[in-house]
Design a protein around this ligand. Structure first.
Ligand SMILES: *Cc1c(COP(=O)(O)O)cnc(C)c1O
Length: 228
């Protein structure tokens, strides 16, 4: 394979997301690409706003803050925190981001609501495969959880987020993502206050094409952007 620059990688990923949208009969441009910058420094991250991607994500609070500082001249960037958040760090970050993707406990939801200066857009992290080692609510826990979260004035559940196990094959991936989509629709149909639940944050570099086929509205892509 020939060498590709970051700029070329970015347009290749955009093209490939558009192809997956077409293949799934979905409107081109309807899936939001979130660029995960955790593998590289802030100078690398500048490539994204310079090439039309304004949704940036980090999985650690300190790294996100570092990049926000260096990229302060790009006020149009929306910052996404996609990794697990410790309760003691909520206060320092929650009002500095656009969306939090990894809400995985009721205690964390309560802390966010307490520290937030406005309603914070959050994804509930779900774990439909029931893998022990993973974060997130299981399918059986999530319905009770949204009822409780619905009473918190500063948390808005915009959708569900999931991460497939590393060893999942294509059949497993279709199953995990379609089950997550089903849960999202069931929760949306509950019509609870603060729980619109219309979005699906699912799909990473290795599985975003399948996630788009199964209804992802946001894909979190990191390693596909690295130059080779
Ligand atoms: C790192 C990370 C991603 C991006 O993964 P790639 O495989 O590099 O695309 C997506 N979501 C979360 C939660 C991550 O931590």
């Amino acid at each position: 394979m020939s060498l590709m620059s970051v700029k070329e990688k970015i347009s290749a990923v955009i093209d490939s997301v558009h192809a997956a949208e077409k293949l799934s009969g979905r409107e081109v441009g309807s899936v939001k690409i979130i660029a995960v910058t955790k593998y590289r420094d802030a100078d690398f991250a500048k490539n994204f706003p310079e090439n039309g991607i304004f949704d940036l994500a980090e999985n650690r609070v300190d790294k996100l803050q570092e990049k926000q500082k260096v990229l302060k001249d790009f006020p149009e960037i929306r910052w996404h925190l996609i990794g697990s958040l410790q309760r003691r760090k909520v206060r320092t970050i929650i009002n500095q981001i656009d969306t939090f993707h990894a809400l995985d406990s009721l205690q964390l939801a309560e802390e966010i609501s307490k520290r937030a200066l406005h309603k914070i857009k959050c994804f509930l992290e779900v774990n439909v495969s029931g893998e022990e080692s993973k974060h997130g609510f299981t399918s059986s826990e999530v319905f009770e959880a949204v009822k409780v979260i619905s009473t918190l004035s500063n948390v808005e559940i915009i959708g569900l987020m999931t991460m497939a196990p590393l060893d999942a094959d294509d059949i497993d991936l279709h199953k995990i993502f379609s089950e997550t989509k089903e849960l999202q629709e069931q929760i949306k149909a509950m019509n609870l206050a603060n729980i619109p639940c219309t979005e699906l944050s699912m799909g990473m570099s290795r599985d975003y094409k399948i996630a788009i086929q199964e209804g992802a509205t946001m894909v979190r892509i990191g390693s596909s952007f690295l130059e080779n």
